[in-house]
Design a protein around this ligand. Structure first.
Ligand code: NAD
Ligand code: DAU
Length: 341
């Protein structure tokens, strides 16, 4: 099997590259990634030593580049992780999100159709369902829920979902789609909550919590997300949509306090800052369909996963120091203003 992993130099895509190389020794993996601020070739250092792996620097919005690559490589499977992925950045610059997350996906779908890709998988997010109220723990996101997006990011991801399903219905393309909750684990870019807390607390700097920190997310260890996608691309029927989640709801403040405790840092580092615009209240996934159809359940408890994640950041300081000392400094200063304690 020859698999194209787009966005494979980012957080989840790189974990997926390693997952496939470790579990399917006969598969060939080609990573197509533009190496935006979120992509990092050093993340793929070990993969690059494997003869079954190749890296191609390219942008999914470059239609000719994508078509040339697909014509040459004749991929069996395409798994699209490439996206602008940070909600706060989408609030600042929606156009970039529409270009990458929608037009880029159109290019991948068209090229997959033109060059006989047997399965196109679109990696989506639970954010396409909008949010759930904090006082209704009985409500969960179901695959049949309507699309009800809040941010330019989630709207762009929802557009890509609809386009993917339209190519299935209209052209009979073989596609699958997965909508996952919040991931955490190795190689997570330090703009996102968990690595932000770890890297700032290690430097004894304040940790920004939006509002009261009572918003709820359903956290899943990244390797469990990878195992779910791997099953879907190999075993799921075309046209199916699967929710993926950890059944692990936590408030943001609970997450922050857990990480500080693991690091042995004081809660006085917490600084409540202005809330995110349009901030989704609660995400919670019902993942019973993927369990029933494909037998997938998460393998890692939150206690195991968060400890492994903190340990990974402690032992991979070079990886994140390089990131937080570059262009990211400007982003942080712009987003969080005076928060530089
Ligand atoms: P990320 O921001 O860490 O990585 C994105 C990768 O895509 C980077 O390597 C970047 O260089 C690449 N990329 C961006 N624009 C590109 C372009 N135009 N052409 C080629 N490559 C491009 O993102 P992530 O957190 O790993 O998320 C991966 C996917 O999973 C995204 O589609 C995201 O919507 C989805 N998702 C993420 C989460 C999460 O918790 N992080 C949860 C559910 C779904
Ligand atoms: O649910 C899946 C989504 O999870 C993915 O589709 C997105 O790509 C991914 O970035 C993530 O989105 P969130 O907005 O939930 O993740 P983030 O880490 O940005 O924020 C998690 C929660 O923490 C959210 O409620 C906002 C809050 N937060 C975030 C930051 C960056 C803070 O309180 N302070 C912060 O500084």
């Amino acid at each position: 099997m020859k698999i194209c992993v787009t966005g494979g130099a980012g957080f989840i895509g790189s974990n997926f590259v390693y997952y496939v190389l470790n579990h399917h020794a006969d598969d060939e993996v080609v990573c197509l990634d533009a190496l935006t601020y979120a992509g990092n070739l050093s993340t793929l250092q070990e993969a690059l030593k494997n003869p079954k792996f190749r890296f191609v620097k390219g942008d999914i919005t470059d239609r000719k580049g994508v078509f040339d690559l697909f014509e040459k490589e004749k991929f069996d499977i395409v798994v699209n992780f490439a996206a602008e992925s940070h909600v706060d950045r989408s609030i600042e610059n929606p156009a970039l999100f529409l270009n990458t997350n929608v037009m880029g996906v159109q290019n991948l779908l068209d090229a997959s159709r033109a060059y006989g890709v047997k399965r196109y998988h679109q990696v989506s997010t639970d954010e396409v369902y909008g949010d759930l109220p904090l006082d209704r723990p009985d409500l969960l996101f179901e695959e049949t829920n309507p699309i009800r997006t809040s941010s330019p990011y989630s709207a762009s991801k929802a557009a890509a979902d609809l386009l993917t399903l339209a190519y299935h219905r209209t052209y009979g393309m073989n596609v699958t789609l997965s909508r996952c909750s919040n991931n955490y684990g190795p190689y997570h870019f330090p703009e996102k909550l968990i690595p932000l807390v770890i890297t700032r607390a290690l430097a004894n700097k304040s940790v920004p919590v939006y509002g009261e920190g009572l918003n709820v997310r359903d956290w899943l260890f990244v390797e469990d997300h990878c195992s779910a996608i791997d099953l879907i691309i190999r075993q799921a029927k075309s046209g199916e949509v699967y929710n993926i989640g950890g059944n692990n709801e936590r408030t943001n403040i609970e997450i922050v306090k857990t990480v500080l405790k693991l690091l042995g840092k004081p809660e006085s580092l917490i600084e409540h800052v202005t809330d995110r615009k349009g901030h989704d209240l609660r995400y919670a996934i019902n993942a019973s369909k993927i369990k029933r159809d494909l037998g997938w359940v998460p393998n890692t408890t939150f206690e195991q996963g968060i400890k492994a994640t903190v340990d990974w950041y402690l032992t991979h300081e070079n990886w994140w120091q390089e990131i937080i000392s570059g262009e990211y400094v400007n982003y942080f200063n712009k987003m969080y203003g005076a928060l530089n304690k």
